[in-house]
Design a protein around this ligand. Structure first.
Ligand code: ARG
Length: 470
């Protein structure tokens, strides 16, 4: 205990279990204490809580609400607290409910009365909203960096496989040949939009609630712009009631996180399919797989499967936060304390998932022969034959019909379109010439789709290089 502890009335904050307990005649039960406390999960906001407090104290000193001596004491006390937390010597107490009261109580223990002045013109309501925004801003920046790394990893692999051909699917039926690079870059596009979404969300996260105090603002001559600039916020929340109560910025983040995981789950599904021995398009490095305790031959793609599964919890957090906010009257309500665990878990899940995926994409080994063999099955170039006939003057619908008949013949014969002789092909339409074989090849098919967004190797190289140059 510090030298400032005494039994006098002035020191009741340092002595009492709860900051507000002077008003109450009976203590809460242990269960209610546990039920209402958030310190076990919000203590991870400690560094941001201190950062916010230091900016607030600096402002209070600038406008003359506290003295410079008080400010210096607060800075010294907070430095010590940060150190104690880093050394894991800080004693978190559930009696003190949350991260804010734990830190404030310790500050008062260390520096005495100056610590008690810190909360002037402020409330835990604007304090917690500020902490979450500071924390979330950092998480957003990390996630954007990881998404960019993942995009570059995909682009690197795409460049290597700009002319590796595999079947493209619709309805999981062989549709048309595509290049593997093109397939990978589809995900690079999705993750690019995810990064844009986060950058957009960040704009609304990056506003300062402090100054709203409990709900109505404060009568002290505060300078909110100074606090905003110290904390590198782009501006201040313009309405105190809104500032302390709405969590739409957290909901937006959870929506963006849910979409990231949704994209990850699509990619995961393909990875799981591709590594299946039945398909055998790729191998992923052993460090992302596990064996079976009973079947010695197994190499299970656990990481993509788990990532696919974890999408569920992140989607769930979005629904939980929307439901938490729905119907809440102005201004702050304790419901909002429930915003944190889901939000934290969403951020943790995307951070871990993206970090692992950056590494996993780097370790993908491709089997072009297996991809090619699959593309040669299922009449992947049927559309090319139809397009060939259109270029010879047939209306597309007639060409479509003609090719359908040719496919039926191949199915009967058990061969591919390219295996039919020129005479057999001519029987379907006399305009078919020797040059048809150039069209029916996989290479001819992909090379012909040479426009922005097409699968041609040249286009894939262009797009991959664009992403790598970002
Ligand atoms: N632990 C609270 C939260 O997470 C902090 C704000 C508490 N404010 C209050 N008036 N009880 O929302």
């Amino acid at each position: 205990m510090s030298d400032n502890t005494s039994s006098s009335m002035q020191n009741q904050f340092a002595n009492k279990a709860q900051a507000w307990s002077a008003r109450f005649t009976e203590p809460v039960s242990d269960l209610v204490k546990r039920y209402t406390a958030s310190v076990n999960f919000d203590k991870r906001l400690a560094a941001f809580d201190i950062q916010g407090s230091l900016a607030h104290a600096t402002m209070l000193a600038t406008v003359g609400v506290i003295s410079n001596d008080d400010l210096q004491a607060i800075e010294r006390g907070m430095a010590q607290i940060l150190d104690e937390i880093a050394q894991q010597q800080f004693e978190w107490s559930i009696d003190l409910e949350d991260v804010h009261l734990n830190i404030e109580k310790r500050l008062v223990e260390i520096i005495g009365d100056a610590g008690k002045r810190l909360h002037t013109g402020r409330s835990r309501n604007d304090q917690v909203a500020t902490d979450i925004r500071l924390w979330l801003r950092a998480e957003i920046d990390t996630a954007i960096t990881l998404l960019q790394q993942l995009r570059k990893g995909l682009a690197t692999l795409a460049l290597k496989h700009s002319d590796t051909i595999l079947p493209g699917f619709t309805h999981l039926q062989v549709a048309q040949p595509v290049t593997f690079g093109h397939h990978l870059l589809a995900y690079a596009e999705m993750f690019g939009r995810d990064a844009e979404r986060l950058a957009d969300c960040r704009k609304r996260v990056n506003r300062l609630p402090l100054g709203a105090a409990a709900l109505a603002g404060t009568s002290y001559p505060i300078d909110r712009e100074q606090v905003a600039s110290l904390l590198e916020f782009d501006g201040v929340c313009r309405n105190s009631l809104d500032a302390v109560s709405d969590r739409d910025f957290a909901i937006e983040f959870c929506a963006a996180a849910a979409l990231i995981m949704t994209h990850i789950s699509r990619f995961s599904e393909e990875l799981v399919l591709w590594v299946s021995p039945r398909v055998g398009f790729i191998d992923i490095a052993d460090r992302f797989c596990t064996g079976s305790s009973i079947m010695p031959q197994k190499k299970n793609p656990d990481v993509p499967e788990l990532a696919r599964g974890k999408t569920g919890r992140v989607n769930g957090h979005l629904m939980a936060l929307l439901t938490l906010m729905k119907g809440q009257p102005l201004a702050y309500n304790k419901d909002n304390q429930e915003d944190k665990e889901g939000l934290f878990d969403s951020a943790d899940t995307i951070r871990d998932t993206l970090t692992i995926f950056v590494d996993m994409v780097d370790g993908i080994r491709v089997h072009p022969e297996a991809m090619r063999a699959a593309a040669l099955q299922g009449f992947a170039t049927a559309t090319d034959l139809a397009d060939y006939l259109v270029k010879k003057g047939l209306p597309f619908r007639d060409a479509h019909e003609t090719v359908a008949l040719a496919v039926r013949k191949c199915e009967e014969k058990g061969c591919d379109l390219a295996d039919l002789s020129l005479d057999e092909l001519k029987a379907f339409h006399p305009s078919i010439e020797e040059d048809i074989y150039g069209v029916l090849t996989l290479e001819g098919s992909v090379a012909s789709r040479n426009h922005i967004g097409g699968t041609a190797p040249e286009r894939v190289r262009f797009e991959a290089e664009r992403i790598l140059g970002e």
